[in-house]
Design a protein around this ligand. Structure first.
Ligand code: COA
Ligand code: MG
Length: 299
């Protein structure tokens, strides 16, 4: 997943537009982009959209952002959408791994009631929107098989800690928010799931978005959330590894495959190659979406 486009859950018009945006995933939002008075209507709209959208290999993944577990709204959100099979639920303001377990159990109940396969619906979590979530970063590991991505958010964290802005006068994230970004990378790696970068809110500034995407790729993020369809192509381009990187990754994997399971250090084009290079090559192959047939297996 390179691009994940947010779509307000009460706007069928935007959902229909988003489906052909080229995004790898849509996040149908029942939380902050929907006013309290419109939550019920949004649940119906999202549920109908999930029902009516034919899913094929080219369809974006359909993710639903529910309301936080302590709002009293999330059970109604789950009741409205699980039976119509979203690919994943995005949990905002996730406070700890225990909340992931709690959510997983709730999803399992709805899956069973709807006769759906147990465990098919994944969980993504926004884990830096509260001070508690940040301080519990390590707790997200191995709490549920469903957890498949951790993302960071800067807007709600500002509200939680009482910061009047998340950026300084030069437009650079201040320390707490840089820490949030770093913790998302670390927590995702520690949990063996994808790290997803936060939204770039100035949606007319595509050059600024591109710069932020390149930094995200460099630092270990697998994808980035978007708020506007125009952002999707920029994100997809940045998170698609260049063909020379993919070719090199395949060569590294082939070298290790040929050397067998006991291979330690090898050489390629006069440079030393060892296990971290192999892990990096596997990551590039995953990001390029290579089919398993194209990947030499190291056994
Ligand atoms: N998904 C799908 N379509 C979208 C979209 C989105 N996220 N954002 C904009 N569009 C559509 C608009 O509806 C418009 O289509 P139309 O001309 O057929 O009506 C077209 O793209 C161009 O939109 P534009 O005029 O440039 O922007 P806007 O002023 O209509 O919308 C926002 C700006 C920020 C309100 C809108 O981008 C949006 O709703 N973003 C998502 C917000 C969100 O979900 N936030 C929660 C997470 S932070
Ligand atoms: Mg929010």
């Amino acid at each position: 997943m390179r691009s994940l486009l947010f779509v307000p859950g009460d706007s069928e018009r935007k959902m229909l537009k988003a489906i052909s945006s080229g995004a790898d995933a849509l996040i149908l939002d029942l939380e902050d982009s929907v006013a309290l008075s419109r939550k019920a209507e949004a649940r119906n709209t999202v549920s109908a959209f999930l029902t009516d959208t034919e899913r094929g290999t080219d369809t974006p993944l359909l993710i639903v952002r529910i309301n936080a577990l302590d709002t009293g709204l999330s059970d109604d959100d789950l009741a409205a959408v699980i039976s119509v099979g979203p690919d994943a639920i995005l949990l905002p303001k996730a406070g700890s791994g225990a909340e992931i377990q709690d959510l997983s159990a709730r999803i399992a109940v709805h899956e069973a009631e709807a006769g759906l396969e147990d465990g098919k619906i994944r969980i993504h979590a926004l884990m830096t929107e509260t001070a508690g979530g940040m301080l519990s970063a390590a707790s997200f590991a191995a709490k549920s098989e469903r957890l498949s991505a951790l993302a960071w958010g800067a807007e709600d964290l500002a509200a939680d800690i009482g910061a009047s802005s998340n950026k300084d006068d030069n437009g650079v994230y201040t320390d707490v928010f840089r820490l949030a970004r770093s913790l998302a990378i670390l927590a995702a790696a520690n949990s063996r799931v994808d790290a997803i970068d936060t939204v770039f809110t100035d949606f007319r500034d595509l050059d600024g978005l591109d710069t932020e995407c390149r930094a995200a790729v460099r630092d270990g993020f697998s994808g980035k959330m978007a708020i506007h369809p125009d952002q999707v192509a920029v994100i997809n381009r940045a998170f698609t590894p260049p063909s020379e990187d993919v070719e090199r990754a395949v060569r590294i994997m082939a070298l290790f495959a040929a050397a067998g399971p006991d291979a330690g250090v090898l050489s390629l084009d006069g440079k030393m190659i060892d296990k971290p290079h192999l892990r990096q090559a596997e990551r590039v192959a995953r990001m390029a979406g290579l089919s398993p047939d194209a990947i030499p297996s190291v056994s």
